[in-house]
Design a protein around this ligand. Structure first.
Ligand SMILES: C[S@@+](CC[C@H](N)C(=O)[O-])C[C@H]1O[C@@H](n2cnc3c(N)ncnc32)[C@H](O)[C@@H]1O
Length: 298
């Protein structure tokens, strides 16, 4: 009896794990209306909050994103954690030949992204045919059972997602990203470094950990331990005070990608994409990586 129960539990767990969902433009748009979701507006700092309290979306584009937009023209593209689809809209504008899969943990973000695309078509900013270029996929990049279409993407973009993962999830995500890319496919990543204003009190601890050679020195178990809770912290950080936060550095990012079969083309610190009184610190707020999946040797 106990054995039967165990088998049933495993089967249920498997079903839950593979329960990701894909939507066409029409389906995503219909769901947006059905759930009465609205296009979100930026706050006074120029940010738009996520619905699942997983940070915020910036409307200004950074170094890796700009390079990704050039490389992605006419290609088969996957964006992880793409939220409301701001980058997707620009990629569609750049080429009618691009095929774009917008993926996110929260399907409501994808439904709103479809609505944003609808608005851009209505304003004649995009061609109506651009709706045939997109697909929306709700999935968790750390869950190997939810990863579909392995080896089919020419290029992947991951913007501001890794800080939401634990080191173990981060390792899994990089492995899954490798599986999703075609040989010679490229990945573009923007991640938060430890040099951000809201948790600047963590920097001395981070530096101490680097000196002692600790693995994943930028990982914070509970963000609230390093943040001064006053009026000057961004709302997205207030929402995450009890959560872990994984800031990355060049050594960790480069090492993890290399260990998982990527050839690193560029990895460096870059400034925050916009002047922000809440976030900007010293011009090294982001760490980016651009890497290529090495072709298998014969
Ligand atoms: C801070 S927002 C970044 C949005 C956008 N990429 C940007 O740079 O402005 C993080 C997004 O990643 C999504 N996300 C978080 N964890 C994820 C995971 N494990 N797999 C896929 N998406 C995830 C969240 O739902 C959210 O939409």
């Amino acid at each position: 009896m106990v054995k039967k129960f165990k088998i049933l539990s495993v089967l249920i767990a498997c079903f839950i794990n593979i329960n990701h969902a894909a939507f066409t433009y029409d389906q995503a748009l219909a769901n947006c209306d059905k759930l009465n979701l609205n296009i979100q507006k930026p706050d006074s700092d120029g940010c738009i909050q996520t619905l699942n309290k997983k940070g915020e979306v910036s409307e200004v584009f950074d170094y890796a994103m700009r390079k990704f937009l050039i490389f992605s023209k006419g290609k088969r593209v996957l964006e992880i954690g793409g939220c409301y689809g701001d980058v997707m809209l620009l990629a569609l504008k750049k080429s009618e030949a691009t095929k774009y899969v917008l993926s996110d943990l929260d399907e409501r973000h994808l439904f709103i992204a479809a609505k944003c695309l609808y608005e851009k078509i209505k304003q004649n900013w995009l061609d109506p045919k651009s709706s045939n270029q997109v697909e929306f996929v709700q999935a968790d990049i750390t869950n190997t059972l939810q990863i579909q279409k392995l080896g089919q993407y020419d290029v992947i973009y991951v913007g501001n997602v890794f800080h939401l993962l634990t080191p173990e999830q981060f390792e899994l995500a990089v492995k899954n990203l490798f599986l999703l890319l075609k040989p010679k496919g490229q990945i573009y990543v923007t991640a938060f470094s430890p040099y951000l204003k809201p948790y600047k009190d963590f920097i001395p601890e981070y530096k101490k950990r680097v000196k002692t050679g600790k693995k994943y020195p930028g990982f914070i178990k509970s963000l609230g331990d390093y943040v001064n809770i006053d009026g000057s912290i961004p709302l997205s950080i207030k929402n995450m005070l009890g959560d872990p936060f994984f800031s990355l550095d060049v050594k960790t990012l480069r090492g993890t990608f290399q260990d998982n079969g990527f050839k690193v083309l560029e990895c460096k610190y870059v400034p925050f994409s916009r002047k922000s009184r809440l976030w900007s610190y010293d011009g090294k707020e982001y760490v980016i990586i651009i890497a290529e999946k090495e072709a298998a040797s014969d």
